[in-house]
Structures are given as structure tokens and as C-alpha cells.
Design a protein. Structure first.
Length: 504
């Protein structure tokens, strides 16, 4: 007899009845509010006018040695360089302390040189007076070497990580916990807040308790102003409608006395807007504005048109800046850890925009690539919480346009010539003869570039895949033996969403 065993499931999806709680108050959002794309100026600006930025705070680690100590703070950007990495002649040590002397970090010197029309390279002096004249008689000496791009930094500004976990799921080893561990070396103890919220809003009473706990949490969060907020939602999605599990119905009891047993309540799923309205309450919804949202749920929510449309509407209404979602029907959140680790390094530490380093994020997750597509929602007109990038410090920022699309949806799908033709999973077994791993990739100059054919080596059964319309290759590795056709890479499809409706 074949040996069998029963183990617990850990994918995030399953059937559930739809719940409706009348006390869930829909979030009206901030539709129609003009957003100034800067954290420093709130005044309305003429369209097209730039804001020249100055740093409000500085990094606490040297951009060269990644260490603390006696730091010179750049007058253009938030970066700092320690006195060991930039050597100043002894006779100028007092002069550079004068209030009219400004320090220009090597990264800004490099970017300023690239932005000038002259091709002539200039030596680095580091310290200038108000007129831009070097105060050192000779160029400064830089010790060590740079390990990052000229636009990178080592950010140490406060970050808040909120991890919402359905009561029946195990959060140990989660991507949110991994983000906290990877951020800890770069943040002082009081500037990294990690809060794990185990939730169940399946009944009115449970929803009330959750709202009270959120009010208590908000009272603690008010003590600090956060540059970035990362919100993780770890729950199930309903398999038919794409609703999101919010909790469980009330338990029922059967029998009497010692024979009395507890019958656990059935799972309750809510439409996306009801789920957001029940989860983000008690003032915590204010921290969702300008945040990055990680939807660690099965892909039914993004696969079902109605639920995905509602998700996009909620992103606009709550003014979430970035969303990461995944379309695997049996999604495993643990496979996103490599993506989260690189996101921490490139976005949260080095200060890049997500769009600037998306290729780095894609390259870092080969296992996730075989498991799921990555869906990135970017809402550029959302509330601006984060600090400016290095480019914005040099070039200034403009007011976000209010008449154009308010959100872009980018879907990244991994493809491989041998087992994921145009992002489709090649069947493990031939449907005709039932042999396994029997496929042979047919290559011919007569086959169209947007087609990929496979034939079974056992029975000759053929299947054909076509490239999705309106998709392009954004990252690939060339085939072997001098082939010009990409062997593997990522397909990206991009759509633009209209602005949220203006409240009248």
C-alpha cells in the first residue's frame, strides 16, 4: 500500500463565505487634492516650476566606510563622509569650521560634474565658501573606495514596518520579519519600529477589538515621524471572487458538560474595499498614506477583474504610493524574501526609487520568478512621505501633474525558452501519452518570433505558445552558442490608470 501522510497547508488561498459588516466605514480618500512632490514645501506652485531642495537631516554613517564617527555633512544632499575618509590638511582644520564654509560630498561633486556642459574633469576640494570657491589650497585626499553608485546613500531615517497577519497563519520567518532584521544595522534602535498585528475581523465584536487595538498602537506611533512606512498583509484570498479573508465567524458549541465541544467558525472573506475599511481603522489609515503595500496573498485577488479593479481603487483612495502583489494561485510568501532583501538594500537604505532599481529586484528572485508574476502598482500622485532622491536634490522637483494618469500597473513575468515559454508554465506531463519531462523545444527560422513550439519526444504531440500582446522584454540573458534569441528574461506589460474621481 502506498504510504500517505497529512501535513498542514501553508499557501494563502481558499474558499470562504463573503461577509458584510455594516460598521465598516469606507475611506473617502483624498481624491482631487493636489499633491506637491516634495516633503519640504506645501505651498501651491505654478505648474512646471521647480523646487530647489535642501536636506533637513543627514545620514549617520559615512558613505565610504559605512561607519560612524566625526562626520562632514554635505550641504546639497543628506550624505555624510567621515574625517578618516576625507583628509583635510592640518592648517585648514579650523577654517572649515567657519559658518561660511560648505562641504560638498564626493558623490555630489561627481554628479555636478556629469551635469555640467563641460567635458573637463575637476579635482575634488570638498570645502567651498558661499561663492563656490574652494577654501583648501590643494585638493582633498579621499581614502578608501566607494562601494555604491554615485546616487546612493546610507539612509538612517525612521522607518515603520506594519505586519498584519491573519490569526491562523504563522508569521515566523516572514518577509516582514526579514525586512526588520536587514534594516537593523542601518537604523538606530528608536528609528526602526516593527509591529506585528494578528487580526481577526470576522464579526462585529472582533472588528471592535481590532479598532481599539489600532487606536492604542497609533498613540504609540505618534511619538515619531516616519520617512517610510512598509505595510505587509499576510492572509488568504477567496478562490472564486478574489475577496480577502478577514477572519472567522463566531465559534459554536455543541453538547453539554464534559462532552461540550467547540466548533470553530467558518472563514469570512470581504470585498477588497470592505477589507481595507475594516483593517485600516483607529487612525492607522493615516500611516497607509504614502506607504508601500505588500499583498502577501494568493493571486485570486489580482486575477479576478472585479477584485483587482477594487484593489486599484483602494490604492488611489488610500494614497498608497507603491504596491507589490503576486498572481500565483497557490502563493508562498516565503519565496518573496530574496525580493524583500534587495528592496531593503536598494530602496530603503540607498534611497533609490522602486522604478530605478526594478531590474535589480527582478534579478534577485529566481525562485519567485518560477512561482509567480510580480505586479507593481505605482501611484505617483499619492501623498509624498519619503525624502527626495539624490537626483531630486540636484535637479529639483516639480509639482505632480494632476490631469494625467494617477497610477501605472506593471506586470513582470519571467520567461525561459525551455520551461516557461513567454511566461507560461510548461506542463510537467504530456497530456496525450502521460510521459513526464518529454518536451523538446522546436527551433526553426520558419517559426514566428512571437511563437514558441514544443513537441513530445514520445508521441509527437505539439503545443504552441504565443507572446502576450503589448508586452516587452525588459531583462534577459542571451542564449548559448551565439544565439541572438533571448534564452530567459522578464516580460513587462504596462497599463495606465485614470485619476481617482474628484469629490464634489
Amino acid at each position: 500500500m502506498t504510504r500517505t501522510t497529512q501535513t498542514c497547508k501553508k499557501t494563502t488561498g481558499g474558499p470562504a463565505k463573503r461577509g458584510m459588516l455594516p460598521r465598516f466605514k469606507k475611506f473617502a480618500g483624498h481624491a482631487g487634492t493636489e499633491v506637491i512632490k516634495t516633503v519640504q514645501s506645501k505651498a501651491a506652485l505654478p505648474s512646471g516650476q521647480k523646487i530647489i531642495l535642501k536636506p533637513l537631516c543627514h545620514n549617520i554613517f559615512c558613505v565610504f566606510c559605512w561607519d560612524g564617527g566625526s562626520l562632514y555633512e554635505c550641504s546639497i544632499c543628506p550624505r555624510a563622509v567621515c574625517a578618516k575618509c576625507v583628509a583635510v590638511p592640518a592648517e585648514f582644520e579650523e577654517r572649515i569650521k567657519d559658518p561660511d564654509v560648505h562641504f560638498i560630498c564626493p558623490g555630489c561633486h561627481e554628479m555636478r560634474g556629469k551635469g555640467s556642459r563641460s567635458d573637463a574633469m575637476k579635482p575634488y576640494f570638498g570645502f567651498e565658501d558661499c561663492g563656490g570657491t574652494p577654501v583648501l589650497a590643494v585638493p582633498a585626499t579621499i581614502h578608501g573606495h566607494i562601494e555604491m553608485a554615485s546616487r546612493s546613500q546610507i539612509s538612517s531615517n525612521p522607518i515603520l514596518v506594519l505586519h498584519f497577519v491573519l490569526t491562523t497563519l504563522d508569521p515566523v520567518g516572514s518577509p516582514a520579519a526579514m525586512m526588520q532584521h536587514k534594516l537593523r544595522p542601518y537604523r538606530p534602535k528608536d528609528s526602526l519600529q516593527f509591529h506585528e498585528i494578528i487580526f481577526d475581523i470576522g464579526t462585529d465584536e472582533k472588528a471592535d477589538r481590532h479598532a481599539e487595538s489600532m487606536k492604542t498602537l497609533v498613540d504609540r506611533l505618534k511619538l515619531l515621524e516616519y520617512e517610510r512606512v512598509e505595510v505587509f498583509i499576510y492572509t488568504h484570498s477567496e478562490t472564486v471572487r478574489g475577496d480577502i479573508w478577514g477572519g472567522f465567524a463566531a465559534d459554536e458549541f455543541a453538547g453539554r458538560g464534559k462532552h461540550r465541544i467547540t466548533i470553530s467558525g467558518d472563514p469570512v472573506a470581504y470585498t477588497v474595499d470592505d477589507f481595507f475599511a475594516g483593517l485600516f481603522v483607529g487612525g492607522i489609515e493615516d500611516y497607509v498614506r504614502g506607504a508601500t503595500l505588500w499583498m502577501l496573498i494568493c493571486g485570486h485577488t489580482v486575477r479576478m477583474p472585479n477584485s483587482f479593479k477594487m484593489l486599484k481603487t483602494c490604492v488611489k483612495q488610500y494614497e498608497v504610493e507603491h504596491v507589490f502583489a503576486f498572481d500565483a494561485t497557490l502563493f508562498h510568501a516565503c519565496l518573496t524574501i530574496s525580493l524583500v532583501i534587495v528592496y531593503v538594500r536598494r530602496v530603503l537604505v540607498e534611497g533609490f526609487e522602486v522604478q530605478e532599481v526594478m531590474h535589480d529586484l527582478l534579478q534577485a528572485c529566481p525562485r519567485l520568478a518560477m512561482h509567480s508574476s510580480i505586479i507593481h502598482l505605482h501611484n505617483p500622485t499619492a501623498f509624498r512621505r519619503r525624502q527626495p532622491t539624490m537626483v531630486e536634490y540636484h535637479e529639483g522637483v516639480k509639482r505632480a501633474p494632476t490631469a494625467t494618469a494617477s497610477m501605472t500597473v506593471s506586470t513582470y513575468t519571467f520567461f525561459h525558452d525551455s520551461n516557461r515559454p513567454f511566461g507560461n508554465a510548461l506542463p510537467y506531463q504530456c497530456s496525450n501519452c502521460k510521459c513526464v519531462r518529454s518536451w523538446k523545444h522546436i527551433t526553426s527560422k520558419h517559426i514566428a518570433l512571437n511563437e514558441s513550439k514544443f513537441t513530445c519526444r514520445s508521441c509527437g504531440h505539439t503545443i504552441t505558445y504565443t507572446k502576450p500582446e503589448q508586452s516587452k522584454i525588459v531583462l534577459y540573458s542571451q542564449g548559448q552558442n551565439g544565439q541572438h534569441t533571448p534564452r530567459s528574461g522578464w516580460l513587462m506589460s504596462l497599463t495606465a490608470e485614470p485619476r481617482a474621481p474628484v469629490d464634489v
